[in-house]
Write a new protein. Structure first.
Length: 755
């Protein structure tokens, strides 16, 4: 494809007549906006049959895009993280050169031809969301909300001053997605947000993923980390974390599929020198930088693509497609086409980092389009040399937005929701396009128009694949139009278990002594339906009712427990509802072995005051131990977990680890030089497909910082706490391991670090 030039001529003509010495002149003043579209050939891209890929925005209209959202007019607002890794050393990242831009297709030819900056001078911005009539966005560590006045920023409100504080940019909070329950969720952060009665509410939620977050029509959340292609929750958010002294392990944070990947060219990746990372042809075997998942809800692809899960794999220049399979209490994902990716490219600059449903039903790809995608804290010398040899480190200041459509499906015209009436928005709650349903729900809440309440009430009884009834429920919730009787009618009359599940959750706020008898009646009728989804969410929703009448609701909970005695997800749900009542249940209900074990764990944790880590509050005391905590959370916890118990498929636990309880010099060596290959911890073999990053080349980490990290780990995870001096750390810094400079398990076990 040849270089083409797009020109928009004027927008504001001024005709000026001048008369000088009897001569007239005609002058036209106008503004030209010209840019050159980069070379883009589909020969470099292999797209699944039946689909088309189109470049709709590119440099110089945008640079280093990492996320986006659409406004009510259907325009794209793009986050540009221009400061990320400006060179192989990562020098200059703190420069406030990030921005949020509005992209427009002025001449309506399907290609963006105008870009204007809405906010600039941002430090590594990584997320945004159009909510509550304004824009929620990230600037450095802070989360802001800004009003929008004629495409210009208005009043700013600081929502969270520590939203993305500390940590590597690859592991900083991002995502900012409004869910169907009217809460805003994130990737890589254990808090959710809501604007309620004019004030921002921040409350704990489970920590999810690394970069990017998405949802299905029911409202379950999906995410991933670099080495795990797709993860998800089996239950709706915040439903199984009511018991602060119990952390669920089955209901949330589950790996949904394998991590196999099928690139169409040899891949330069961070750990390519490790055995098993690349195959004999130099092709990547498993994902190493998975990010930006999307559950497609656009309604403009063939029906078999509805609620498929797409995943970005930027290190291999491709996008995966998975078919989600939904069961009542479990979700699974499988490769859509065997050994073939949805999009695969030989263009090593193709770096898809996020995916989005569009208001027209298309799928939009945010292509950061650059050579370096690993951060300085993690990039290996091996990869740095490969990038430099290919001159990929020089691919900077580019960026693209691509659009995926199906050849035989016509896209929906993009409506201007800013001009839609309340009645029109109610109609859109039944639209196949999930973006339109989501945004209509939020706009109806903002309008608070009482004239549509009856229509919304009628929609709560509708059963379809688009969750129309659930959208209607949460509009009514957002405008304070729900009552106990309204929700009871939904519970009794709905034919859709998923709607009943949400209605049960909304009923919790109406738990009063006066409603106990009616709730007992509701529970009895629901149990008689013998439906797993209904039974699960009934067990979850009984928490506030148990506080009103144990005599009535403990037997109901016990009936569910006995019915699903071998189903761990049900037992976790029951523990969630029983905070503070564990011992009573143990004494009176004769629980099964799984539940007994979980309840006993919760009781013991309560006695030891060991909270689920998401409920642990941190203070900003400036001492070495606090500094060690902050460093641990920013450097170590993203892989080992805030509680030190490790994260499945990512890193082993620190608790009960011989490397924490053993030699402090050996521990310092591990932190400084990293560890490669399989490793045994507490007698268990961990076959991880990644290596622990070495900190020795990170000039921002001092010997004192290493000592502070060790002191924190000793305080938090060791059987008997030990200390270490900065002199000892310095000795370990100078004692570089043989070979490639990264420690192996054999070296850790055989070397005498105390010499």
């Amino acid at each position: 494809m040849k270089m083409s030039k797009f020109t928009i001529k004027n927008l504001n003509y001024k005709i000026v007549f001048l008369s000088i010495l009897g001569l007239s002149a005609f002058m036209v003043s106008f503004r030209n906006l010209t840019f050159e579209q980069p070379k883009f050939s589909l020969e470099n891209y292999k797209v699944e049959e039946g689909f088309e890929l189109k470049l709709i925005a590119s440099e110089s209209l945008l640079k280093a895009p990492v996320s986006m959202d659409f406004d009510n007019k259907g325009r794209m607002w793009v986050v540009e993280m221009i400061g990320y890794m400006p060179n192989l050393e990562g020098i200059g990242e703190e420069i406030p050169n990030g921005r949020i831009s509005i992209l427009e297709d002025v001449n309506k030819d399907g290609v963006i031809d105008r870009s204007k900056v809405f906010l600039n001078k941002l430090v590594l911005p990584r997320g945004l969301a159009h909510v509550y009539g304004g824009l929620l966005y990230v600037d450095g560590p802070k989360l802001w909300f800004v009003e929008i006045n004629n495409d210009k920023p208005g009043k700013k409100t600081l929502v969270d001053p520590v939203y993305a504080e500390g940590g590597n940019v690859e592991h900083s909070s991002n995502g900012l997605m409004m869910n169907i329950d009217n809460w805003i969720y994130n990737a890589n952060y254990n808090f959710r947000y809501q604007l309620k009665n004019g004030k921002w509410v921040k409350e704990p939620t489970s920590n999810r993923g690394q970069w990017g977050i998405t949802k299905d029509n029911f409202g379950r959340l999906y995410y991933n980390n670099n080495s795990t292609q797709l993860q998800g929750d089996f239950v709706l958010p915040n439903k199984v974390i009511r018991n602060r002294y119990f952390k669920p392990t089955i209901a949330e944070n589950q790996r949904l599929t394998n991590n196999k990947v099928f690139p169409i060219h040899q891949t330069s990746v961070n750990r390519g020198y490790q055995k098993g990372v690349l195959d004999e042809k130099g092709m990547l075997v498993d994902v190493t930088a998975a990010c930006g998942p999307l559950v497609y809800r656009g309604g403009a692809f063939p029906e078999t693509y509805n609620q498929n899960a797409f995943v970005c794999v930027p290190e291999a220049n491709l996008i995966k497609r998975n078919i989600l399979t939904f069961k009542s209490t479990q979700t699974a994902a499988n490769q859509a086409v065997e050994k073939t990716e949805f999009i695969a490219s030989t263009d090593e600059g193709f770096r898809p980092v996020n995916l989005f449903n569009g208001p027209d039903g298309a799928m939009y790809i945010v292509d950061m389009h650059r050579g370096i995608i690993q951060h300085k804290a993690y990039i290996s010398q091996y990869l740095a040399e490969q990038l430099a040899a290919k001159k990929l480190d020089t691919l900077q200041n580019a960026g693209r937005i691509l659009k995926v459509t199906h050849k035989e499906t016509k896209l929906n015209p993009v409506p201007d929701l800013s001009k839609a009436s309340a009645a029109q928005l109610v109609t859109l709650l039944s639209n196949p396009n999930g973006w339109l349903r989501d945004r209509s729900q939020q706009l109806l809440i903002q309008k608070k128009d009482p004239s549509v309440v009856k229509n919304l009430m009628d929609l709560t009884k509708v059963a379809n694949d688009f969750s129309t009834s659930i959208h209607a429920l949460y509009v009514l919730d957002g405008i304070n139009a729900l009552t106990f009787d309204v929700l009871s009618d939904v519970v009794k009359q709905s034919k859709q278990p998923e709607t009943i599940a949400h209605a049960l959750g909304l009923l919790e706020r109406f738990a009063t002594t006066q409603q106990v008898a009616k709730m007992k009646e509701n529970s009895t009728q629901l149990l008689a339906q013998n439906n797993e989804t209904i039974d699960l969410y009934l067990s979850i929703s009984l928490a506030p009712w148990l506080k009103l009448s144990e005599a009535i609701f403990l037997p109901i909970l016990s009936e569910i427990e006995k019915k699903y005695a071998d189903r761990r997800i049900f037992q976790e749900a029951i523990v969630s509802s029983l905070e503070g009542k564990e011992e009573n249940y143990l004494a009176t209900q004769n629980p099964n072995s799984i539940l007994k074990s979980n309840l006993t764990l919760a009781v013991n944790n309560h006695q030891k005051k060991e909270l689920n880590p998401i409920f642990v509050k941190e203070t900003n005391v400036v001492d070495n131990r606090t500094k060690g905590l902050q460093l641990f959370r920013s450097i170590c916890a993203t892989c080992h977990g805030a509680d030190g118990k490790g994260i499945q498929d990512l890193a082993p636990p620190l608790k009960e680890s011989e490397y924490i309880d053993g030699s402090m010099k050996r521990l310092a060596a591990i932190i400084l030089h990293g560890v490669s290959g399989p490793i045994h911890v507490n007698g268990k073999l961990y076959k991880l497909n990644n290596e622990m990053p070495a900190l020795i080349n990170n000039k921002s980490i001092s010997d004192q910082d290493i000592a502070d990290i060790i002191r924190f780990t000793q305080n938090a995870f060791a059987k008997v706490g030990k200390g270490i001096s900065t002199d000892d750390v310095k000795k370990m810094r100078e004692r570089k391991p043989a070979g490639n400079g990264i420690l192996t398990e054999k070296q850790l076990m055989e070397d005498d670090f105390e010499k």
